[in-house]
Design a protein around this ligand. Structure first.
Ligand code: PRX
Length: 644
């Protein structure tokens, strides 16, 4: 097993008990009482012994065009199916359902741009905007089953476009707006998208990010896209190609783009979206999610973990382009009828109190973010948050990587003022929704995602599947299927089977190392595979390496992650140059910029070291573990297969 521990082991005995009033009034305890249980633990035990009954109970709180025949079909493992025979559409539950109630006038979304401009949308207006885009897509020939790629800044139209696709039965594939040409081109080609939705640009730290320019370069590398629909946001004169590119504001002015569009009836198992994520090879994996199970899983986890109520103003500060945004900015909040807040720009623009000023201005009650953002803002000192009234906050959340106890405590004390429990949610693109997480009824330990969610059994095991002893490092596995689980990898079902189900059969292997303490609390340590979490973003070493070798100076490259105070991990690369090139500071800068240009700024290595050889196994596989150990001055471990 590869050793990936980056943090000193936290104190596993420290417990933070939630305020009894919060527990008493929580959604999850209301549900427990309705089932005749007095404690969260009793409820959890029941959801494990009655797993299908529990999830069916949750599913029946939503609307179905036709009820399911079977909750779980496990006849073709690991291709599990949920709510088999059921007909629904996630958009019907996210929007249409609310239009029949007073919630049609409730705010669905409050958006603030980096320049301070503001827009709000009620559920009624949301339906109008989504329907108009859906009608445009239909007029462009988009049909049920097509995959539409979306590449957008963090503006409401990103959310509307995703919902418009789902409404008419097309799947969306959102590529994060921080990615660049090569990443976008690869994803377009794998999904074979004919239609791409984008914007002219976005704002970041007062500057325009030229999205349309990146799109044009990506489209020159991949031939599938016939139609490119462009929202106007920065209005800076983006380059358009006649015949292929259309301004959305023109199309939305046409009679065809009216505010009525029927919501397509979908099978529970029909594809809702694909989302590419990094794995062991350079080729990103298109993780497939479906309408029915994903809808039930995201709805339930948000309702019980972030305790969503009608009075809340909920802010998930992620980007809709990542799974956190798909599940917990777009779908789950809307299904729960919540009011969400979305902000386009940088957390410290123009000053390091931007976030705190928006919490005060909009009366945010729930703030869900990532350890890297917390560490980044913590660096500026306590004075910035102390200037603002943060008393509306009642719950905080963290996701993306292990949160170090120091950052946890700062968040808890300086932002939550010791009143707001932190929901440290462990999950993945593949799992669709929270898997290991507290609810407001669970005592917390700083740095631990605590215990598995209702209906979920997670454990830490050896490679042969036998359970680890308390506090022993092992592999994190999930023992039973759950509704929002990925269904397969697009175009590569074998990779799904091998990558997740054949590592520690019959369990789902998450790819993380972890330990479980004597109280059953799970402490995630980090990734075991060739995946690096940089600022919570998931990058594959192979993607960085292939970006490097696409530069004419580079013969071979290896990328590793090393601990970084704010980013969690930073990328460091080792490069063998081609004949005729000499190492220099200038070349190092050029190569770093090249990776940034190809993949996106987040993938730019912090340093590049020029070497003449790389540690490899006899079969030619680069031993990144050895490079990492050397860089950290640690023992190299088992190097019996090393040939250098
Ligand atoms: O290593 C774990 C880490 O993020 C990985 C999943 O990355 P991604 O698919 O990009 O999804 C991130 C957002 C859900 C996991 O394998 N991770 C995620 N949440 C946590 C975490 N590690 C520790 N604690 C968490 N709360």
């Amino acid at each position: 097993m590869t050793e990936t521990r980056d943090v000193a082991l936290p104190d596993t005995s420290e417990l933070y008990y939630p305020d009894p009033a919060l527990v008493e009034q929580s959604n999850v305890m209301a549900y427990a009482r309705s089932k005749g249980f007095n404690s969260y633990d009793e409820l959890y035990q029941w959801t494990i012994s009655h797993r299908e009954e529990f999830w069916a109970d949750m599913a029946s709180q939503l609307e179905w065009f036709k009820p399911w025949d079977k909750v779980l079909d496990d006849s073709n493992k690991p291709f599990y199916q949920w709510f088999v025979g059921g007909k629904t559409n996630i958009v019907y539950n996210a929007i249409d359902r609310h239009l029949k109630t007073w919630r049609k006038n409730k705010l669905a979304l409050i958006w603030e741009g980096e320049d301070g401009s503001q827009r709000t949308y009620s559920y009624y207006q949301l339906n109008y905007e989504v329907s108009r885009i859906a009608n445009v897509l239909k007029s462009m020939g988009v049909k049920k089953g097509d995959i539409v790629t979306i590449y957008m800044p963090r503006i409401p139209e990103l959310m509307f476009s995703m919902l418009a696709c789902a409404k008419i039965g097309a799947a969306h594939s959102v590529v994060y707006g921080g990615f660049s040409e090569a990443a976008l081109a690869d994803r377009l080609a794998d999904a074979k998208s004919k239609v791409l939705i984008t914007a002219d640009g976005g704002y970041m730290r007062g500057k325009v990010v030229e999205l349309k320019k990146i799109v044009n370069e990506a489209l020159s590398r991949t031939p599938t896209v016939q139609t490119c629909l462009v929202f106007r946001h920065t209005n800076h004169g983006a380059p358009m190609e006649q015949g292929r590119d259309f301004w959305m504001h023109d199309l939305l002015g046409l009679p065809i783009a009216n505010g009525h569009c029927p919501t397509e009836e979908m099978d529970a198992e029909d594809m809702l979206f694909i989302l590419y994520t990094s794995g062991t090879t350079g080729k990103p994996k298109g993780v497939v999610h479906t309408h029915g199970g994903y809808m039930v899983g995201t709805y339930t986890t948000l309702k019980f973990v972030f305790d969503i109520k009608d009075e809340d103003r909920y802010w998930c500060a992620a980007d809709p382009g990542w799974i956190t945004g798909h599940s917990f900015i777009v779908y789950a909040p809307l299904i729960n009828g919540a009011t969400s807040f979305m902000y386009e720009g940088a957390p410290n623009y123009p000053y390091p109190d931007r976030w705190w000023s928006m919490v005060a201005k909009h009366g945010i009650t729930i703030l869900y973010t990532a350890p890297t953002a917390i560490r980044g803002l913590m660096r500026f000192g306590d004075l910035w948050p102390s200037r603002h009234d943060l008393s509306t906050l009642r719950l905080l959340g963290s996701v993306g990587e292990p949160i170090n106890p120091e950052a946890w405590k700062w968040f808890y004390e300086k932002i939550g003022h010791g009143r707001c429990p932190i929901m440290d949610t462990w999950w993945q693109t593949e799992t669709g929704h929270f898997m290991i997480t507290p609810t407001p009824a669970v005592p917390l330990k700083p740095g631990s995602a605590t215990r598995p969610f209702l209906g979920i059994e997670a454990d830490v095991v050896h490679e042969d599947g036998s359970p680890c002893a308390p506090d022993e490092d092992g592999l994190l596995v999930i023992k039973n299927p759950w509704p929002g689980m990925m269904r397969t990898i697009l175009n590569d079902p074998q990779r799904y089977v091998e990558g997740y189900w054949q590592k520690v059969p019959p369990y789902y292997a998450a790819g993380d190392s972890a330990r479980k303490d004597k109280d059953g609390y799970i402490w995630v340590i980090g990734r075991l595979d060739d995946v690096i979490k940089v600022s919570g973003y998931r990058l594959g070493t192979a993607e960085v390496e292939s970006a490097l070798v696409s530069h004419p100076a580079v013969a071979e490259a290896a990328a590793i992650g090393l601990p970084h105070e704010v980013k969690g991990n930073a990328i460091h690369a080792f490069v063998i140059l081609r004949a005729g090139y000499e190492p220099s500071h200038d070349l190092e800068e050029k190569l770093r910029a090249h990776v940034g240009h190809e993949l996106g700024p987040i993938a730019r290595p912090d340093s590049i070291t020029f070497v003449t050889s790389l540690p490899k196994t006899r079969s030619g596989k680069i031993m990144r573990r050895v490079l990492r150990a050397r860089a950290l001055g640690l023992p190299e471990g088992d190097v019996s297969t090393l040939e250098e």
